[in-house]
Structure formats: C-alpha cells, structure tokens
Ligand binder design. Sequence first.
Ligand code: M6R
Length: 616
Amino acid sequence: MCGIVGYVGKHPVTRVLIEGLRRLEYRGYDSAGVTVVKDGQFQTLKSTERVEALAKDVAKAKLQGTYGIAHTRWATHGGVTLANAHPHHSSDGLFSLAHNGVIENYLKIKKFLLEKGYTFQSETDTEVLVNLIAYHYQKQPVAADKNRFLESVRRSLRHVEGTYGIAVICKEHLGEIVAARRGSPLILGVGDGEHIIASDVAAIALHTQSVVYLNDEEIVHVTDKDFSLSTIDEDDIEAVIHTVDWSIEEAELGAFKHYMEKEIFDQPVALENAMRGRFSDDGSTSKFGGLNLSPQELRQVDRILFCACGTAWHACLVAEYLIERYARIPVEVEYASEFRYRNAPLDKNTLVFILSQSGETIDTLGALREAKRKGHKTLAIVNVVGSTIAREADGGIYQHAGPEIGVASTKAFTSQVMVAAMMALHLGRIRDMSYSEGQAFVEALKQVPAQVQSILDQSEAIKAIALKYVDAEDFLFLGRQNLFPIALEGALKLKEVSYIHAEGYPAAEMKHGPIALISPECPSVFLVAQEDTYQKTISNIQEVKARKGRVIAIAHEGGDFPKDLVDDLILIPECHPAVQPILATIPVQLMAYAIAAARGCDVDKPRNLAKSVTVE
Ligand code: M6R
C-alpha cells in the first residue's frame, strides 16, 4: 500500500510526479502529497483528498522545482489528516521523505529522538524515520565526503525493523535522491539524463522502458545523469537493467466509465493471452516455459500447497478442485497470512504454488519465503512482470492479463483460474490423463474466450437483473464443488465495491446456519453446475424459495433448468466442467459492478482498500 515516486531530470518535475501519483493511486488514496526543490528550498503541498485534488492545488500554486518526491497514502499510523500525509520533513528542515511500509520499532526510535530534542508534527512512523536520518546526518563530520547523505540514510535503515520503500531528498545535497527498499517494492527507471523512482513500473513506463528492480536491503543514490546501487551493508552491486514491455495504452480507460468495467470486458483477450503459445503441438497438453522443473521432477510431487490472499485465494480453491480431479494430486489451500506463521508440517515432496496478481502482496511474499526457507520448490502464478514474487519464486507462469488497475480484481482472477486449469491439464497428462481426454480439455480451454464474450454480450440484460436487487443490504452466493469458490468470489466482489454485506457458501452448507438469513430482503445467487450436483442444487433452491427468498440462478444453456422456480435466470454456455468456474464468474462480476455503480460507489477505489497490500 502507498505509492511513492521520485524524479530528477529534464522534464518539469511536478508534471512527472503528479502523473506518477495518478498511476500509483490504486495503491492507496487516503491522502497525497508532493515535495519539490526550488532555489534550494522544499516546496511541499499535501491534500487529504485524491490525487486529482492535489493536482489542482499544485497547478493553482504554480508549484515548480527541479526535482522532487511524491506520495499517495493508505493510512496505517495515524488518521487521514494533512499532518499525517507524506512527504514528511525532519524537524531540522533538511530532509523530506516519502515512505511505503511500516516501521515497527518506531515508538522506541521516537523516544530516543525526543530525548535528543527532535520534534514531531504527525502520528506517523515515517516522520520518525526522517528524523532518524537527520540525527545520523548530524552525527557525521561536516567535512564528510559527498556520501554523507547516502550514509546517513544507510545508517538509519540499519536500526529500522519493519518494511520500507523510501525516497529521500536533502537540502544540502541538491539534485540527489536516495531510495531504498525492504519488503515494499521499489523500481528505478533509467532514462537519458533523467531517473525516476517508483513503487510500480506503471509510474515509470511513460518515461523509460529501462528499469532496475531493487531487491530487499538495497539502496540507490540517484542524480539526473547517474546512479549507484549498493546494499544497506555497503556492498556495491552491479545493477541489472531490464527492459519492460509495458504498454501505456493497456492501462487507459478508453470508452469505459470505470477500470472495473473495462477489465471485465478485457477478459476474452486476457484469457487468450494466458493460453498463447502454451499448448503442445499435438494439442493434448499444455506447456510452460518458466517452470524450471522437468516432467520427471513434477512426477515426484505427491502434494501441492497453494498460498494466496483475497481473490487469488479463491483462484487457489478452484485450482484445488481441478488438480485433484484431473491430475489426482492432493492439494491444500492456505491463506498466505496464516501459512507464514503456522509452521505447518509439509512433506518433502510438497510443491508450493504462490498466486498473486501484483506479485507484491506482503503476506503472499512472506509465505513464499517461508516455503523456500523450508527447502520446498516454489512456483508462482503472477500477473505483474518483474514483481518481487515473480523474481523470488523458483519458477513460474506469467498470466499476461495486462495491467489491472481497478482495486477489485476481475480479469486477473479468471486468468489465474485459466492458468490453474492449464496446470491441472499439464499435471494430469504426466500422470493418468489419456491423450484423448487431454485433447478434449485443450479444445474446451480454447473455446473459453468466445464463451466469455457471449456472456459479456448479455451484459445489459444482466445489469437489468442486478438493478432489481440494488437496495438489498445482504446477499448470499451459493454454489457447489468448483463453483463454491465462485460463490466466495461473487460475495467478495459485491461487498468490496458496493459495501453490501454478502456471504458465499457451499450450497448444501446453507442448511447449517445461513438459511436463517433467508427472507425477501436477502436475495440468493445460485451458481448451478451442469453435472453431478445439478439436481442437489435445484433442491437447495427449492429450500430457499420455500422460505420466500428471492433467487437469481446462473445456470448453463441446453439443460432443463426449471425457469419458473427462480426470480431471475442468467444462462451461460454449456462447457467442459473444468472451465465452468470461469464462465460462472462473469455474471457475478457484472452484477457487482452494476449494483455498485448504481449505488454511486467509487467502484475503482472502494473505501478502505488498496490494490496492492504491502503491509501485514
Ligand atoms: O495482488 P494479489 O493477487 O496478491 O492480491 C491479493 C488480494 O489482495 C486481492 O485479490 C484482493 O482481495 C482484491 N481486492 C480482490 O478484489
């Protein structure tokens, strides 16, 4: 959470910083602020509103400078106030700092600094860090070499417990920015006579496609023409410059009103991209370039553990159903935040899969590191290329879903499920799945983009259904087997964007408690599978109708679904059972979006949330 950006170079600095903040705002939007340097002085403006409000203030004040730093905040320490907004200055006025992360021992450091006479204006942990830097700066001899600024940051960070991505500037070292990371992402964009530091490539790609991904415990000293990379422990590092293939156009809203809507409609292309080049020539299995595991090694795996958070965790649950059914390998699914502290006993032949759209979620990263520490092979399914999880996993698969900007994950979810289905096929084919079953599976996957498009073509009808329920304050989402995770995902999507209370359950589990909620005021969305549990789910619908509950059913075409039993029916194409979770997701996404938009909610930036959760 929180986005930071720093720029030194030939372009007007406020424009670069504000544009960077716009592209990082998904990381937090409680407040925003900017510090630029003009005539050796800090010019700082902050707003407790969104980046657009800050942009207006910056334009009105005609704020200009030669270089600077900026921040968009997701509040942790202290409420949403101007005093708590970043950048923070040291009490001697020499330093300004933007920070993403949490300084866990800030109270101890604050006490120490208060005793030394430093003063504080905010409740934040960040202001403690900037004053600690000022303290270490003053402790060094004035005649210290040109590295005095860099050294004071380095020394301060050695005393810090917790996480940080920081960008710091100093009035006595004009034209320099020092940035460092531990646990929070930080990327350096390397341009021609300019450098930009940011939490995400999105803020950099407008200027340059050449980037250096900082690793934990690394610190970079930057001027317009040069940069030097080293560790907090002072070891010099040879920077590796990567070229990012990041298209600005993909992140533009186009004709859509919200990113969530755009990203729902991006799904046919995202799903196509997840499959591109990943089927064997004989069309009977899938292949992945980056697994770094041979079929022989994969054959040794006798258990798989999936770890993730939020929506990605729901994709893991679908993966569990698919891999157990088609590859016959036992699968467990853990919340990453629980796994990393649970010390679960894992058999040595357990393969650990990590799922993350952003590749930066701190709990998921923690789970990956814990699994690696215990000697397990780790594979990651990640969307953001070059993200920390992608770089640290032993191997992995990129989703290629394109940038996902809306805080509510949509296309990343269906693309994760697509990759999971392809993995189930891959693992199945090196075990007991036959050639013809493999071919049928591949054919089914290839049809998914067109099937998703056909559901999107019904979006107006689905919206009309959703709007009948716009005033409900509670919803149930019910499904069985591999549609149970979609019930969870439907409930999460609705609650995060519309603030309606919603719960997802296995449809049969409803009788064990949630049925008490059923009333005309609490609608139920039933996800009806084509096979196995079809009749059982119809019986569950009967139970709800008998209690005067309103029911929206999502069922497959071509069946004998009793239309009159339900209040509203959404039909999705007949399909292979492995892909029904993807198809069933589209209507619940469209419904959540339509209801939230109709309720006037801030769909892309729901209250209290941030897209990339980089604090524990
Ligand atoms: O980037 P990640 O996939 O690791 O993010 C995990 C969750 O934070 C994320 O899916 C979150 O639950 C979304 N807001 C759901 O829409």
